[in-house]
Design a binder for this molecule. Sequence first.
Ligand code: AMP
Length: 399
Amino acid sequence: MKILVINAGSSSLKYQLIDMETETVLAKGQCERIGIEGSKLTHKVPGKEDYIRQTPMPEHKVAVDLVLEALMDEEHGVVKSADEIDAVGHRVLHGGMVYSDSIVVNDDVKRVIRECFDLGPLHNPANLTGIEACEAAMPGKPNVAVFDTAFGMAMPEKAYTYAIPHEYLEKYSIRKYGFHGTSHNFVSKETIRFAGLDSETAKVIVCHLGNGASVSASIGGKCVDTSMGLTPLEGLIMGSRCGDIDPAVAQYICNKEGKDINEVLTLFNKKSGILGMSGGVSTDFRDVKKAADAGNHLAEVALDAFAYRVAKYIGSYAAAMNGVDAIAFTAGVGENDAPMRSEIMSYMGFLGVKLDEEVNKASRGKEALISAPDSTVKVLVIPTNEELMIARDTAALTK
Ligand code: AMP
């Protein structure tokens, strides 16, 4: 069985073709600058040189047609015909309060994705465009929507309800949803498998630490809490997002600088996080680390604050679950940054957590148990693989 995974953005479209028998990537790539001058397709097949096509892509349908051409290309292709592709799995940001699982796309599903445009204004319209482009390019082929918010839908009311008048939940579905759900779902389940934990009862905290960052707590792979909220702005300090903050700060800046709320939200989303805290060094953790090592005090504080905030979330989620069996690190920083993992774990002595510092130092981008044998909690590095999770859900729903 071969599954095409699509992640459509407003002017981009990333794809992977995955063979489900071996769970290997046959080909992957991306279309950039769709609808803009200078459109480009980059197609990668393991063991071959990149195949690049620079040709106009006025809309997503043209991009999907070009992806199919590349996949079937005599020299750079991996299938003979589109019939070999069994189904298409789509990353969709927001399923609102309707979808707590992936689902085969029909008109109702498309209606809900459309109804959630207000909740995911940057992503949902693009995700729907990607689905419609695939429907047009491959008529009759099943499409599956895999929602980034689905994992968080298992949260209990006490975790997802904001302490504002109830009418706002009723009228506008304002609640905590959580994002990176596909990653948290994948990593929590891989953690249970890799660590040999009980799949029904294991208490797992996943730290997805990348440019976007979030923490989740789950029991038996079901989310009980997660740090992002109505939007991805809530929770941890991120590359350019501020995370948790007193909402009155927004009003204060508006009043002091004559800005409107949209401008301040842009500031919170794009100019804050380690970028803002470091005085503008970078959104990239490696750059900020370099600056800190060179004596930049603000960069040092930004990284300290990042670790501190992650540790506080882990502590609160251990309390929320009345215990924790495993803590897993994933995404760019979580998978690669051993000193950051070590700093975060240095707060966890009270839980009986002990890292094996040597194994931690040696662990990069591959599954590893990095806690010491006598640690009360297992600590792991588990690389995330959202595309594989999307492909697995798509295969399961269309077999
Ligand atoms: P992601 O959003 O998951 O792609 O993660 C991107 C972030 O991971 C960037 O801020 C990178 O600086 C960071 N990152 C990637 N590799 C490393 C590394 N070896 N050490 C520290 N940070 C890293």
